[in-house]
Design a protein around this ligand. Sequence first.
Ligand code: FAD
Length: 474
Amino acid sequence: MADIRKCQVLVVGGGPGGYPAAIRAGQLGLDTVIVDKHGLGGTCLNRGCIPSKAFIHAASKYEEMLSHTGKGALGITLTAEPVLEMAGVTAWKDTIVSKLTKGVGQLLKAAKVEAVSGWATFSDAKTCTVALEDGKTLTIQAENVILATGSKETELPFLPFGGPVIGSTEALQLTELPEKLVVVGAGYIGLELGIAFAKMGSQVSFVEAADAILPLYDAEMTRPITQWLKRHKVDVHLKARAKGFEEKNGKAILQFEDADGKLQSLEADKILVAVGRRPVTEGWGLENMGLDMAGPFLRIDDQCRTPMRGVYAIGDLVGEPLLAHKATAQGELVAEVIAGHRRRFDPNSIAAVCFTEPEIVGVGLTPDEAKKKGESVITGKFPLAASGRALSMEGGADGGFVRITARESDHVILGIHAVGKHVSELSGEFALAIEMGARLEDIAGTIHVHPTLTEGFAESALAALGHPIHIPAL
Ligand code: FAD
C-alpha cells in the first residue's frame, strides 16, 4: 500500500512559477508540497535564463580580452591571447546553477514547504502519484493544486534532436566549442546563444524563416544587432526554411530553401534548433483532470484559476509571454488567491529583454503597435552616443538608444524600448513607469543619477516633450 500525503497546496513543477508559489503558500501558513522531477529551479535555473546568461557573460569576457590582445585599447594591453576552454565555461556555469538551485531548496525549507523529487501523474484533479527516485511511489491528495509544468523545446520532425542536432539544453552543456554552428531560428533564444558562441570563436550562421531577426521587434530596434552580426561575419539567412540534414565526413550538412526558393546547404559541427517552446501538457494525467485548453496552453482566468475548483495553473503552461518573471508573478499571486486574498493578474505590461549584442529591452507598445490600437502618439528618442556613461564603457554607445512612446493627448507613457550594452538593467525602471501609469513629465521630472544609462530615459522623455538637453531639439 503506497503512502498517502494530504496537503492544502500541491505545486507540480519547481520552476520560477512553481517554487515562488510554494514559498508564498508556505509563508501564508498553508501546508504545502512541491514536486519536481528535473531539479528545483526548473528550466530557468537549470537550462534556461541563468545558464545562458553565464555563457553570455563568459563569451563577452573572452571577446573583450581578445580585443585587447596586443592592441592597447583603453590603455590596457594583453600580451598573450586569452584561452577559452569550453569545458571550463560549462563547469563554471554549473557552479552557479548548483548555488542557485540549492538556495531554492533552502528557501522552501525555511517556508516549511516539503519538496518531493519525482514525476507526478494525476489520476483526478486533486490526486497524483509521484514516482520517486528510489523506485517507490507517493500518492498526494491536495485541497488545492497549482500546475506549473512549464515548457520544453520544440523539435522539428525533419531535424530531430540527437547527434549533431541539439536544442538549447544541450547547447548549454557542450564541453567542446563547435567550430561551425548553424542556428535554426533567430528568435531571442537562438540569437542569445548564437551570438555567445560567435564571441567564443565559433563560425555561426542563422537560418530564419521570417523576413527579419527577432520578428517581434521593429527594424529600428534590431538594426544595431544586425550591424553587430555583420561586423562579426555572422551569416544570417532570412526567409530561409530548414529542410533537413545529412552527415558527411563527420560533419552535418543542413539543407535549407533560401529566399528565392533555391536549395542551399551549410556545413556544421552542430545544428542548434531554437524555434520556440511548447507547454508541457503531456505525460502527467492532464486528461484525467477535466481542464480546458486555450490553443496549446491551459486556459485560466485572471486569478490563474482553471474551470476545476481548486486547480490553478501558471507560467509557461498557460501562455505568452513565456518568461520567468511572468511565471513568478503568477506564482506569488496564486498562493495569495488560495489564501483568500483579493488578487488579479492584470499587469499593464510585462517587460522583455533579449540578452543579445547589444541588448534589447521592450515594455509596452511600440509606436506602430500603439497606432494600430488607434492611439495618437508622440515619441522621443535619445541616442546612447550622447550619454557620458555609455561612452565611458567600451562599445556602450554602438547604435544604442532609448525610445519612449506616449499618448499625445495626456502624455501617458504607452511603451519604452531601448537597445544598447547593459540596457537590460533599465528594464525595472521602464516597467515601473508603465505599471504606475507615468506621464512623460513624471520621468522628465525625476532626477536621474549622473552618470548612468538611466539619464537616457529621462532625456527620451524630454525629447518627446520637445526640449531635450543633451541632444538638439528637433
Ligand atoms: P519551468 O521553468 O519550465 O519549470 C517547470 C518544471 O516542472 C520543470 O523542472 C519540469 O521538470 C517540472 N515538471 C513538469 N511536469 C512535471 C511533473 N508531472 N512532475 C514533476 N515535475 C514536473 N526567461 C526569462 O524571463 N528571461 C530569460 O533571460 C530567459 N532565458 C531563457 C533562456 C533559455 C535558453 C531558455 C530555454 C528559456 C529562457 N527563459 C527566459 C524562459 C524561462 O526559462 C521560462 O519562461 C521559465 O522557466 C518558465 O517557468 P515555469 O515555472 O513556468 O516552468
